[in-house]
Design a protein around this ligand. Structure first.
Ligand SMILES: [Zn+2]
Length: 284
């Protein structure tokens, strides 16, 4: 199928109250593992490449492969830049052919976040690319695996500001801070569901939950019922693949490197399929 934008895959998700998973990929095995899950379930999927993961990749080689692979896929796929913090990164992603970008100005002051997001939203839309932005701040980084992160309750998204932000910037999706963190959690996450419901009431754009790994099925369902339409998911897949490889090695059978990568990939597919079911993602 041709590349889809966030708008394409999230538009039906809003009235039908389901979410589409946005799964970060860092190499070929990750891509094939996630796409196998989407293809086996016949559901749309968002493949995300995070700016913090550029260190694992040669984008100039990786993106042409992604685009070719997506074109061959029978399911709708969005190629999304996750957490672009610099204008150069977004321009580069648009130039390479991403169909969707995220600008993360969540550490900026209100006026600055609006001005920069607005400029990049105009730029993305001129190129036919959709854009997600973040208001409030989801703590932690996709790369922070030591010790985990604590929720920054002082920087939750304000429901009134969310409406104003969407109106002033023209973004296609909004990432909100309602109790999740990136990477592993230091304490059991507790979502601020009334806040999420209030944000949903004030805005019509699809809402995005970052830091999906570590939430329970009930957490996801409660969040989706209150208006989350895109869930970012990475850490659990990244860690489960390692567990599966360790188990395979401990079983003591002679294995080659391709056998091991296939085990990791299989674990990613199985877990991604589980998440797709939890998110209630519907075929388009
Ligand atoms: Zn994130």
């Amino acid at each position: 199928m041709p590349l889809m934008t966030l708008r394409d895959v999230l538009e039906p998700a809003v009235p039908q109250r389901y979410a589409v998973g946005s799964f970060n990929v860092t190499n070929h095995d990750f891509v094939e593992g996630v796409l196998a899950a989407a293809e086996e379930t016949g559901t749309p999927v968002i493949l995300s490449v995070a700016e913090v993961h550029f260190r694992y990749l040669d984008l100039g080689r990786f993106v042409p492969y992604l685009k070719q692979r997506i074109a061959q896929s029978p399911v709708p796929v969005v190629l999304h830049l996750d957490h672009g913090t610099k204008k150069e990164t977004l321009v580069k992603a648009i130039h390479w052919g991403f169909s969707s970008v995220m600008f993360d100005g969540s550490t900026l002051e209100w006026d600055d976040n609006i001005a920069q997001t607005r400029e990049l939203a105009d730029l993305a839309h001129m190129a036919g690319v959709s854009i997600e932005a973040e208001l409030g701040h989801v703590a932690g980084g996709e790369g922070d695996f030591e010790g985990g992160s604590e929720v920054d309750t002082g920087r939750y998204t304000d429901p009134e500001q969310a409406a104003e932000f969407v109106h002033l910037t023209g973004v296609d999706a909004l990432a909100v801070a309602v109790g999740t963190v990136h990477g592993p959690y230091r304490q059991t996450p507790e979502l601020d569901l009334p806040r999420l419901a209030a944000i949903r009431q004030n805005t019509t754009v699809p809402l995005v939950l970052h830091g999906g790994s570590g939430l329970t099925e009930a957490d996801f369902q409660a969040a989706i019922a209150r208006g989350i339409n895109k869930v970012n998911f990475y850490t659990e897949n990244a860690l489960l693949a390692v567990e599966a490889v360790k188990e395979a090695l401990a079983a003591g059978r002679p294995m080659t490197y391709p056998d091991l990568t296939a085990v990791g990939r299989g674990a990613i597919t199985a877990n991604t399929k589980r998440q797709i079911a939890v998110f209630g993602t519907q075929p388009m």
